[in-house]
Write a new protein. Structure first.
Length: 134
């Protein structure tokens, strides 16, 4: 039987720190001074307490279902980040289409926006090439 070391935060959140540990390993960690906001006095523990409020480490028996839940969380976060990036690219793409059409915009030049425009143009070219190949 393996165990997962889990950090619980006061706001109701938790995260898995390590997997595949023995009962002796997780119990040793949980009884150490680094296992809670009340006992952790090193700079990492104090910084964590300042950032998140109270917290403590615990453990649970590891299961296949637990691994799938973690993978789902990772996948959901990845999808959210990709969606935000695509939305930003769409906004930037619309901005540069307006510029290409000769519409005068009141915003001054911006290096970040110009770099994104190059990325959008490269993405468009790659998309066209893929569509031609299909």
């Amino acid at each position: 039987m393996s165990y997962a070391l889990v950090r619980f935060y006061g706001q109701g959140e938790s995260r898995v720190l390590r997997r595949g540990l023995t009962l002796e390993q997780v119990e040793a960690h949980c009884h150490s001074d680094k296992a809670s906001s009340l006992t952790a006095k090193d700079r990492h523990g104090l910084a964590r307490t300042e950032r998140y409020g109270w917290w403590f480490d615990g453990y649970t028996k590891e299961s296949c279902q637990m691994r799938y839940i973690e993978q789902d969380r990772d996948l959901t976060e990845d999808i959210r980040l990709r969606s935000e990036l695509l939305a930003k690219l769409a906004v930037d793409s619309a901005f540069y289409e307006e510029q290409d059409a000769g519409i005068l915009l009141s915003e001054p030049p911006n290096e970040d926006r110009d770099a994104r425009a190059l990325a959008v143009a490269a993405l468009r070219r790659a998309t066209r090439e893929l569509e031609k190949g299909s």
